[in-house]
Design a binder for this molecule. Structure first.
Ligand SMILES: [Zn+2]
Length: 141
């Protein structure tokens, strides 16, 4: 078992992705009108761009969203074992080791950040982000 972080292709990305944020964009309240409006926005962006991009590759959503990855090993797809959490800043860091040792020896760190504060009974939780009491910040990787 190695004791260092791997330096392999999982640390780089070839994804071409652009995120556009429209603040104070007039979103229709009625769900049908909202869907139609968002599809029109996607079509307009597709037509505006001078590149070959399909409307299906453009996604418009309303409100704040969070990102999440699975607990699968980035090398072999096996399950990661997470342990030894250290709380820091706005979250925690945990050791992440592939459970398929010794066939796969991927090791790294799982990064946790607070993404929401919920209150209320488990059956009816209220999100402080979804209800607008807290505004999330966005950072690049
Ligand atoms: Zn693995």
């Amino acid at each position: 078992m190695g004791d260092s972080t791997d330096s392999d292709s999982t640390e780089t990305t070839t994804e071409e992705r652009v995120t556009i944020t429209l603040t104070d964009y007039p979103v229709p309240v009625a769900e049908d009108d909202r869907e139609t409006g968002l599809e029109a926005l996607e079509d307009a962006i597709s037509q505006l761009l001078d590149v070959n991009i399909a409307p299906a590759d453009i996604t418009a959503r309303v409100g704040h969203h969070y990102v999440q990855i699975g607990d699968d090993c980035p090398r072999c797809g096996g399950t990661l074992e997470l342990r030894e959490y250290t709380y820091c800043d706005n979250g925690a860091v945990a050791e992440a080791n592939c459970a398929h040792a010794p066939d796969c020896e991927w090791r790294g760190r799982a990064i946790y950040r607070m993404i929401d504060l919920e209150s209320g009974p488990v059956t009816d939780v209220e999100s402080t982000v979804a209800n607008g009491d807290m505004t999330p910040s966005y950072y690049s990787y």
